[in-house]
Each structure stands twice: as C-alpha cells, then as structure tokens.
Design a protein around this ligand. Structure first.
Ligand SMILES: [Zn+2]
Length: 660
C-alpha cells in the first residue's frame, strides 16, 4: 500500500481539524482499509470557550459520516475531561455512554460522536487513526493469528484481545495500553477487529498506518495469500454466466427474500468471475458460514450468507441463532439473508435500497478475498457467533431499529419506464426515484444512460420494437435490482397529422408497431416478473385524451392509443387474479415535451387565434398541464392510495369539454 500523502495538499490545510479531514479522506480512499462508514479518526486540540478559557477538546469522527467524504462538520468536538473521567468508571451501559458523549459536545448541533470516542481520548497521541484493514484481518483471523502479528510487528504495537466495541473496549485499552506500550509503540492491534495507529502529526499517524498495513500485505504476499492477486478481477463488467436468462429465477428468489424480510427488498446479482469463483468453491458451504471479517460488517451482511436458494431454511436457522444467543429484551431483526452465494447466480447482495445493496456488495467482495487469503494461510477463523450476535443486537443498533421511521413509499421496489429520456417518461423516472423506487429507464436515445448517476437508476438504450433488445434490457434490469414491480408504458410516437384519405399504410403500421405491438410484447415479457412482485405488480399506461375524444388528422395515433387502452382493460381483467393492477392515464396537451418546440407552439397557438399562454391553458380549469403532473399521478397510481384500483382511466388534462 502506498502513502497518498502530499506535502503540497497538506500545506493547504490550515489547522489541526483541516489536516484531520485531509488524512481521514486519504484513509477512506483506500477500500482495503475502510469501507462505508467503517473506521474512525480523531485529533486532540484546544478551543477558547465563551468565557475566554482554553478547553481541551477531541474532534472525533461523527457517526453517520464516511471517512472517504468526511468534512470538518463530520467531526464531533467533545470536551476531553468528561471522556477521560468516563474511562475510569466501573460500569457504563452503551446507551448511557452515547448520551454522555452527546453531553460532552461543545457544539450541540454536531453529529453524535463515534462509539470509540473514549478510546480515542485515552490514547496520548494527538492524531489517532483506526481502520479495519483487509490484510490485518486476514492475519488475525487465521490459525495462530496472534502469534503471526506479534512476530511481524513486535512491540511497535500493543495487542488487545477481542472485546465488544464501545465502553468495554475503551476500558480494556485504558488498562492494557499503558501497561504494554514501549518507547517506540506507534499503534494498537485489536485482534479480529482492526488496527489503530497514532502520532503527534497527521502525517506520522497516517503514514504509520500505511507502513504497518504494507508490512502485513508483504507478509501475505510472501505466503501466496496476497489480496492484490485477484483484485483486478473486481470490476469485471461482463455478466459471466450470461448463457441462460436468469431473470425468472432471480425474481423468484427476491420474492422469497422479500416475503421473509416482511418488505420489498432490492437484490443485486453479480455473476462476474470473482463472485462465481468464490460461490463455486468446493468448500464454500463450510468457509462462508464461519462469520464476517470484522464485527461491524454484521449490520450490513448478517453473520453468514445464504449458500444456495433455500431462503426458508436460512430464516429458520436465523431464528434458532436468535433464540439461542438472544434474550427476551431484544427484538428480532428480519430473518432474511443479505448475501447469497449460488453456483449459478454468483453473489447476490440484498438490502432495502440499491445504494445499500451496493454497500453490501463492496463489503462482501472484501470478505471473499479475506476468507480466500486466510484459507491460504492455513484456515479462516472468525469470531464466535456470540460476539457477532452482540454487535448485531447492540443496544445502540437496536435503538435505531425501534426508531426506524418510515422510508419513502416505494422503497425496495423496482419500476421500468419506457421512453424515459425526455418528457413524461423522464418526469416519471424522477417521481418514482423520489418515492424510493429503483428505476430501469429505457429509451432509444443514449442520453437515457446518463440521466441520473445514482445506484438506484439504470438507464439502458433500447428500441422497444426489438424483442431481443427488450429481453436484454429486462435481464440486465433484473440482475441489477432483483425483479420488476411496476411497469410504466410511456414510449409512443405521434406521426405527422394527416387525414384518413391521405394516411399511408406505412405510417399506420409504424404507429401501431410502437404504440401497440411493442407494449403488448413488453407486457407479455413482464408478466412472469410482475406476478412475483412482493406487493403485487402495477402497470400504468400513458394513454391519451384522444382515446375518449379523438381529433381529425390523428387517426393512426388515436386508433393506436384506443387499441392500447382496450389491451389494458383486458390485461386488467386477466391479471387481477395475480394481484396485478393495470390503470391508464389520459393526458392532453403536455407542452414541456420534446415535440413542442417554441416554434411549433407559437404556430399552433396562432392557428387558433390564441396567444401561447391562452393556448397552453385552453381547458376547463384554465391551467397548464406539465409532464410532472402526469408523472406524479403515474407514481401515485403505483402506491397504496390506489391499492384497490384497477382498470381505471384517469384524465390529467385540466378538464376537456368533450371528455366531460
Ligand atoms: Zn473498528
């Protein structure tokens, strides 16, 4: 591991806290040191309070912040004195400790200090860095792990046996550190947990971390257990076992997981070489069931992955684990797996949101590597189940579970929108994302690919009149998110106006092919997936005012939308028994779409003898209807308000005299 320290960048940091932010980010940039909220850092400093007195404070990472992106506001300023006093207490429950830590803040609006704040405070050095480095975990979680690290690092480190993070760990370190520290001690190794380094300067503390971790990496490399060997495989974008369409299997697995979890979950499937290599190891059933690499991963990954697809079996094992290790005061978390290893699917990662499922992926990719490397060293050893359980059911975590709060209404669900690059389709994507859904967005235009850059958005170029392109898009979408709950059929064309006497058969057929045939094909292909939607599938069809009130010159368009409407009604009848709801929205004159350029708008308004403003609001309510108005209704139709509505046709048009 190379130091990322730059004298030039450091020289731009004014003061302790700025330097603390700088090297925290350097640590965070290294995925093999810390992952997603893991690790913590601090610096001791002093501030002048309101009364002009100097006060010793420690800036310690606030909970909820990630080292990779932390800012000065992510550090909690705690007064040193109460923290040191607390470390001398005989007993303090973790919720009490968390409350005391908040009381010690010099700024009440600061985030809650890391649960390791007391531990940081008792270490004498000014800068303290803590990571869960892969190479250190590989060494300590192998047979004779303690002997290995003691031999490698000698008395440069103090060695602390595993205890639960929080107050107990702080007390143990307060006792063992002064007793074991020597003149050249620069850090502390928490067995089966992680590494601390410290120094009087940000640079010393950081570079000691890099140096010690490099030593561990060298140790592993010499024994052929190097994490670097297959790291390059990680970002293989190909979908390895693409030979067979997996989407029906994946959706069935996600249904089972969601039913077990009690709410819809996102399942991301990774069939790359690295995932398949681990999932098909002959010993996978054995080595994957021993536990996580470091205890705090349990919150994201659960203690062990599901090997194979028996979700019910996993849930019953989880219940046993809870009954054996828990007690009556605890609330059991949902018993569904968060990681699945399957010889055909590779690795599946599960969470309530796509963003969190991606975090599970990152953590488990490192875990697979650490387990594989430790196996080369002689065997993978994890902490006993009780230790992992204690972190999983830690008071502080349980409190979060009880607080919960309700997530956005479509959280954990997956929507597919066609014609998503512009106009109503683009607005539907935004409305669905804002309600917590993951969205698969299809469009002929490649701009759909870069419409949003976030984990719950997958933009795919797709011509919906090509069945093979549609198959590819569905397969990719389901691999990304696990299934399909909502289908928004929006793609359509509006051919140039022509009277029936001059309407070419070619225009007629093309309009029917996009506006009817393509939707029929997509409905047919989506049916097996919608049937497996945990809450029941939903289809929303963007129809047109032209269905109830056609206009001259628009025969092909009006007929195609009417055919689509009739198709929707039959689908509503046929699929209701599968809990799939099918509803239609009839917009009229939505002007903020690509077709309505200012020139077209001005010309059309003039042809009616109206101003543009009059033309836009030429309806009963005298309001302008926007893409967003249509999209919000489409998203709402997918939600609980319309849970008992199917086969409906709803206008969004400001009121059209001919329709009313
Ligand atoms: Zn830690």
């Amino acid at each position: 591991m190379k130091s990322r320290w730059s004298d030039e960048e450091a020289s731009r940091c004014a003061g302790d806290l700025a330097l603390r932010v700088y090297t925290s980010r350097l640590l965070g940039a290294e995925a093999s040191l810390v992952l997603h909220g893991g690790g913590n850092t601090s610096v001791k400093s002093s501030v002048t309070n309101l009364f002009g007195e100097e006060e010793s404070v420690i800036y310690v990472k606030g909970s909820g912040w990630d080292l990779e992106t932390i800012e000065p506001a992510g550090f909690s300023p705690c007064r040193m004195q109460p923290l040191l006093a607390q470390s001398k207490l005989e007993k303090l429950s973790d919720p009490q400790m968390a409350a005391e830590l908040r009381k010690s803040l010099t700024d009440v609006s600061a985030p809650s200090p890391s649960v390791e704040a007391i531990l940081h405070a008792i270490l004498p050095a000014r800068f303290v860095d803590h990571t869960h480095a892969d190479s250190i975990l590989t060494m300590t979680n192998s047979p004779d792990g303690e002997r290995r690290v003691r031999e490698l690092f000698g008395d440069r480190l103090v060695y602390i046996p595993y205890v639960m993070p929080g107050f107990k760990l702080a007390c143990l370190c307060a006792e063992l550190y002064p007793a074991q520290a020597r003149r050249h001690t620069v850090g502390m190794l928490l067995l089966k947990h992680g590494l601390f380094t410290f120094g009087e300067t940000a640079k010393d503390s950081y570079e000691r971390m890099i140096e010690l971790v490099s030593l561990a990496e060298g140790y592993l490399a010499k024994r052929g257990a190097s994490t670097q060997v297959s790291v390059e495989l990680r970002k293989d974008p190909s979908t390895g076992s693409a030979a067979r369409m997996l989407r029906a299997d994946i959706a069935a697995l996600r249904k089972a997981v969601s039913d077990t979890a009690g709410s819809p979950m996102i399942l991301s499937v990774h069939t790359d070489a690295e995932a398949l290599a681990f999932a098909t190891r002959p010993d996978v059933r054995e080595i994957s069931q021993r536990g996580p690499a470091t205890p705090d991963h349990v919150i994201r990954t659960k203690r062990v992955p599901l090997v194979g697809r028996d979700v019910a079996g996993y849930a019953s094992d989880y219940q046993k684990y809870f009954q054996e290790l828990g007690n009556a005061s605890l609330t059991m978390l949902d018993p569904a797996p968060r990681v699945i290893l399957d010889p055909e699917l590779g690795m599946g990662t599960i969470s309530r949101t796509a963003k969190d499922a991606a975090i599970v992926e990152d953590i488990y990719r490192h875990t697979m590597q650490i387990i594989s490397d430790a196996t080369v060293l002689g065997g993978w050893e994890a902490l006993p189940a009780q230790d992992i359980f204690d972190v999983e059911y830690w008071d502080l975590e349980q409190a979060k579970v009880r607080k919960g709060g309700s997530p956005p209404v479509l959280t954990g669900e997956v929507a597919l929108v066609t014609g998503a690059a512009s106009g109503i389709g683009k607005a539907c994507v935004a409305s669905l994302l804002s309600r917590g859904a993951a969205v698969i967005a299809l469009d002929r235009s490649a701009t759909v690919c870069s419409l949003h850059r976030r984990k719950d958005y997958l933009g795919l170029t797709c011509d919906v009149t090509s069945e093979s392109e549609m198959d590819g898009a569905l397969e990719e979408g389901v691999r990304a998110f696990g299934g399909l709950d909502m289908l928004i059929l929006n793609a359509g064309i509006f051919p140039p106006s022509a009277p029936v006497s001059a309407l070419s058969s070619e225009t007629w057929r093309e309009t029917m092919s996009v506006n009817v045939d393509a939707n029929l094909a997509l409905l047919r292909k989506s049916y097996p997936l919608l049937k497996l939607s945990p809450r029941g599938g939903r289809v929303v069809i963007i129809g047109s005012k032209n269905v109830p009130a056609p206009g001259p010159g628009a025969a092909a368009y009006s007929a195609s939308k009417a055919a689509l409407q009739q198709l929707a009604r039959v689908v509503a009848l046929e699929w209701g028994g599968d809990r799939i709801r099918v509803n239609t929205i009839h917009p009229n004159a939505v002007f903020d779409t690509a077709i309505w350029t200012p020139e077209v708008l001005a010309a059309r308004a003039a042809s009616y003898g109206l101003t543009v403003e009059e033309y836009k609001t030429n309806n009963v309510l005298k309001v302008e209807v926007t893409s967003r108005d249509v999209a919000e209704l489409a998203a709402e139709l997918c939600g609980p308000v319309f849970a008992k509505t199917t086969g409906a046709q709803i206008p969004v048009d400001g009121g059209t005299v001919r329709v009313i």
